[in-house]
Design a protein around this ligand. Structure first.
Ligand code: SAM
Length: 322
C-alpha cells in the first residue's frame, strides 16, 4: 500500500466513525450570523485552523475546496458564495463524500439561506483537479497538503495554481514543524495520515509555495498545534508542531523575490516628516507601515539608526508594501 492509499483508508474509517478532535483544533469553528452548523458536521472538523477568511470572499467567489471532510468549511464558504455551484468540493474517498453529503443535507434543513446545490461534491483528488485552467477565484485546503510527501505537495500546489484565475487566492491551513521531523516518524504512514508526521518546517513550506509560482504569501495565524513527546514518538527532545493559516496569491513573483507577509512593520524615527526609499515605500515619522519580510530586511539594512523593524506577529491581513 502507498501512503496515499493508507491515507484514503484512514479517512474512510473516520468518515464512518467520526473521531472528535482528530486534528485537535485550538479554536471553535468560525461562527457567522445566521449559520447553523449541524453537530455531526462539527464533530467531523478535521482541520487544524481555518481557511475561511471573510476578507477574501467578497463578490460571491467560485471556491474549489480540496478534501471535503465532513463539509464544515464547504458550508462556511457557501455562506459567502450563496449560489448553485459556488463551492466545488473535491474528495477521493467515497465514504467521506457520502458523510459530507449527509451533513450538508441536514445543514440545508437548518439554514434557510442554504441550498444543497450551493456545494457540488465531485470525485477527484488534489493531483488532478477536475477544473479548467484559470477558472476559480479561491482554492482552499485544510490539513490535507501536510500529509503529502514533498514531490506530491509540489504537484498539488501546482494544480491549485493552474486552476486559479490570475490574482486568485490559495487559502490553506496546515501543521508545520519547529524543526525537521525525523525519518522514523515521516515514514510512519498512519501518523502522516493523521497530520502528525508529514509537516515541513515553516521555511520549507513557504519555499514550496514560492517554487509553485505564488508571488505573494500572507500569514494569517501561527499557533501551537500538537507536541510530539519523547516517550510516545521515540524522540530525544519533544517536537512542537504549529498550525499555520496562510493566503497565497497567484501573482507574478517580483524580480527581487516573493513578498512574504508575516506581520512585520517598519517605523521611521528620523528628523524628517517621512522617509522615502525611492522604491515605492514611504514611511511617515512614527507611524508603523506593514512591510513584507523582503522589504523589512532591505529597510533594516539601509538605515538601521532611523528605521525600526518590528517582529513578525504571524498575523497579517492586508495593507502595506508591494
Ligand atoms: C484532515 S482531513 C481534512 C478535512 C477538511 N478539510 C476539514 O477541515 O475538516 C483530509 C481530507 O482530505 C481527503 N483526502 C485524502 N487524500 C486526498 C487527496 N489525495 N486529494 C484530495 N483529498 C484527499 C480526506 O479524505 C479528508 O476528507
Amino acid at each position: 500500500m502507498t501512503y496515499l492509499e493508507t491515507t484514503a483508508e484512514f479517512y474512510s474509517e473516520v468518515a464512518q466513525t467520526p473521531q472528535v478532535g482528530l486534528c485537535c483544533v485550538q479554536s471553535s469553528p468560525l461562527q457567522l450570523p445566521g449559520l447553523k452548523i449541524p453537530p455531526m458536521m462539527a464533530d467531523m472538523n478535521y482541520g487544524c485552523g481555518t481557511t475561511v477568511h471573510p476578507t477574501e470572499l467578497s463578490n460571491q467567489p467560485t471556491v474549489l475546496y480540496v478534501g471535503v471532510g465532513g463539509g464544515l468549511e464547504a458550508l462556511q464558504f457557501a455562506y459567502f458564495s450563496q449560489r448553485p455551484g459556488g463551492v466545488i468540493a473535491v474528495e477521493p474517498v467515497q465514504a467521506m463524500r457520502e458523510a459530507a453529503t449527509r451533513n450538508l443535507k441536514i445543514a440545508a434543513q437548518d439554514n434557510s439561506w442554504f441550498d444543497q446545490s450551493f456545494v457540488e461534491i465531485r470525485e477527484g483528488d488534489a493531483f488532478a483537479l477536475p477544473m479548467p485552467d484559470d477558472s476559480v477565484d479561491v482554492v482552499a485546503q485544510n490539513c490535507l497538503f501536510n500529509i503529502f510527501e514533498p514531490a506530491d505537495l509540489m504537484k498539488a500546489l501546482k494544480e491549485a495554481y493552474r486552476v486559479l484565475k490570475p490574482g486568485g487566492r490559495l487559502l490553506m491551513s496546515d501543521p508545520i514543524a519547529t524543526r525537521p521531523i525525523p525519518p522514523h516518524l515521516q515514514e510512519d504512514e498512519r501518523l502522516r495520515a493523521m497530520c502528525l508526521s508529514g509537516a515541513l518546517t515553516y521555511q520549507s513550506y513557504v519555499q514550496h509555495l514560492v517554487r509553485s509560482g505564488f508571488g505573494q504569501v500572507e500569514i494569517r495565524a501561527k499557533r501551537p498545534y500538537r507536541l510530539l513527546d519523547c516517550q510516545n514518538y521515540n524522540l530525544e527532545e519533544p517536537l512542537l508542531l504549529e498550525s499555520l493559516d496562510s493566503v497565497s496569491f497567484k501573482v507574478v513573483i517580483p524580480e527581487d523575490g516573493p513578498c512574504i507577509f508575516t506581520g512585520k512593520t517598519a517605523i521611521y524615527m528620523g528628523a524628517e516628516e517621512f522617509f522615502d526609499d525611492n522604491a515605492g515605500h514611504i514611511l511617515s515619522r512614527g507611524v508603523p507601515a506593514a512591510v513584507c519580510d523582503k522589504t523589512a530586511a532591505k529597510l533594516g539594512k539601509v538605515n538601521p539608526e532611523e528605521i525600526l523593524i518590528t517582529d513578525s506577529t504571524w498575523h497579517y491581513i492586508g495593507g502595506g508594501c508591494c
